[in-house]
Design a protein around this ligand. Structure first.
Ligand SMILES: [Zn+2]
Length: 93
């Protein structure tokens, strides 16, 4: 099992307002990190790996989430703050 820090996201607009399609993981030394698709992340989670965000000294868990448009995606745990919420990380395209 491994633990990954998500440092960036790729957002995709959709009928439900948008969802995350891919993420970058890393130690924060490079802005986007190593790119993983959401399906890669879901597979790793099913193997016991964990994902989190970190900002302003606060860590927040990242969980599987079904977007309103039916796509499998990710979202921050409800206790995420405005700083470490997935939607507030740098975005890549
Ligand atoms: Zn969606």
């Amino acid at each position: 099992m491994a633990t990954f820090r998500i440092v960036s996201t790729k957002q995709r607009p959709c009928g439900a307002g948008g969802h995350i399609e891919a993420v970058g993981v890393g130690d924060g030394s490079s802005p986007s990190g190593q790119i993983l698709s959401v399906s890669d992340v879901h597979w790793r989670m099913s193997q016991g790996d964990t994902f989190y965000t970190y900002a302003h000294g606060l860590r927040a868990d990242v969980r599987k989430f079904d977007c309103g448009c039916t796509k499998k995606t990710l979202r921050s745990a409800p206790d995420a703050t405005v700083h470490n919420n997935l939607d507030n990380l740098p975005q890549f395209s």
